[in-house]
Design a protein around this ligand. Structure first.
Ligand code: GLY
Ligand code: MN
Ligand code: MN
Length: 434
């Protein structure tokens, strides 16, 4: 299937889910970083998902019903700006290249939207995602209403376009699975490279540089999220991104890093000893987290509920926390009282796709939803032990998370990130320096 056919099929699927009405899907805004410098532009995932178009200042309009249409509004060609900033399609070339029914200049967006919204019963729109767009769309709807005397009807219903769209994005087709596997494989290579590189005395940012180097040299120009490179107790700060401390002999290093490749994210965490050899206490905690992760991955099966991996991980962690004297009482008691939350305070995963915390509902009709083939999720149990009189001293400053990306298949699951070393023997082997 060509790219154009793929995106056209997705728009048709959206039209079928909408049944009737008009959908307005704006691109992401460009954001100033400081002065006249901008953050690197990142397209809106949903607009890209439906078109393959990744320029800023664009809007996709999809009309469902008897006269289905897909219309893109984009920047005009501008030879002078293109000398400075590079190629832009312009409406004419975008129309031809992206298989759209029409494409127009952003300069006439409001006028055209007044026309296109007229006599549509339902307006689909990402309501609340951007206040400026909210105001603009509501104003346009009011302007259509003002034409009532001419017999024009404005949409009487506004629905969130993300409801049908997110449900589509939750199921990854074969092409998406291939891209996600590539993002995962590059990210695995980056973790392996980081393990080979790490030595006591280096700074966390030096290890981060190795990750970024590996991403970039494979064409994954950006990380999917800010890399966490956390030595020792820094690993107990879940979203530590300072990445500026020196790595100590005897500490663990937790790395949570994944690249974005062709618009798809990988999300991997590995934890390994800075000096290449796990100490006995580190080994004990690591084996508990690894066993919890194995149990959770086993629970990723079509038909099992979303929460099954989390519950499987919790049971193994609770037993481990009792054995390690981190928690007191029975496993049932630890689960019941949630005393495990002192050491494991996050959930075991999330959907993964174009966004690292990808779209898609976790519950349907108030029940955890069953896993189905084509869904991709992370499985990422952990254990974070800050210094405290209440825990054995030997376990202080141990922060461990192990995170893989898992595709639900018809038969069970496929771990996309299995090339990143994970067992103690695999890690120590990779880190053995000549
Ligand atoms: N890297 C973000 C997460 O693991 O959810
Ligand atoms: Mn994650
Ligand atoms: Mn992560």
């Amino acid at each position: 299937m060509t790219d154009t056919a793929r995106y056209t099929a997705r728009r048709k699927q959206l039209q079928a889910l909408m049944q009737q009405g008009i959908a307005i899907i704006p691109s992401a805004p460009e954001v100033v970083r400081n002065g006249d410098a901008h953050y690197d532009y990142r397209h809106d995932s949903s607009l890209y998902y439906l078109t393959g178009f990744s320029e800023p200042e664009a809007v996709l309009v999809v009309i469902a019903g008897e006269m289905p249409q897909s219309i893109l509004f984009c920047r005009d060609k501008n030879p002078e700006r293109e000398v400075w900033d590079g190629f832009r399609y312009g409406p004419e070339a975008a129309h031809a290249h992206f298989g759209l029914d029409a494409a127009y200049s952003m300069a006439i967006l409001d006028d055209k939207l007044l026309e296109l919204m007229s006599n549509q019963a339902t307006l689909y729109y990402p309501l609340g995602a951007d206040v400026q767009w909210d105001a603009r769309v509501i104003r346009l709807r009011e302007a259509v209403k003002a034409k009532a005397r001419n017999g024009v009807r404005a949409p009487s219903e506004i629905r969130d376009v993300r409801e049908p769209l997110n449900e589509m994005r939750l199921f990854k087709d074969g092409h998406e699975q291939t891209l996600m596997q590539r993002a995962a494989t590059i990210s695995c290579e980056a973790h392996r490279r980081a393990m080979r590189f790490t030595r006591p005395g280096q700074f966390e940012y030096q290890v981060e540089a190795e990750l970024l180097h590996e991403f970039c040299r494979h064409g994954a120009r950006h990380p999917a999220y800010t890399s966490i490179v956390a030595g020792g107790v820094n690993a107990c700060t879940l979203h530590y991104v300072g990445n500026d401390a020196r790595l100590n002999d005897g500490d663990l290093l937790l790395i949570d890093a994944g690249c974005e490749f062709a618009g798809y994210a990988a999300d991997i965490t590995r934890t390994f000893p800075v000096n290449g050899k796990f100490s006995a206490p580190q080994r004990d905690v690591y084996e508990v987290v690894l066993a919890a992760q194995a149990a959770a991955i086993d629970a990723v099966q079509p038909g099992r509920l979303w929460n099954a991996p989390h519950e499987a991980a919790l049971r193994v962690l609770a037993q481990g926390f009792v054995d390690l004297k981190l928690c007191q009482g029975s496993v049932e008691g630890v689960l019941e009282s949630e005393s495990y939350k002192q050491f494991y305070m996050h959930r075991t995963g999330h959907w993964l796709g174009m966004d690292v915390h990808d779209v898609g509902e976790y519950k349907v009709a108030d029940q955890w939803r069953p896993l189905q083939a084509g869904m991709v999720l992370t499985v990422e149990p952990g254990c974070y032990i800050r210094p405290s009189d209440k825990v054995p001293r030997a376990l202080w400053n141990i922060g461990i998370r192990i995170e893989d990306d898992v595709l639900v298949t018809a038969q069970g699951n496929a771990v996309l990130t299995q090339a990143a070393p994970k067992t103690i023997s695999e890690i120590e082997e990779v880190m053995r320096h000549e």
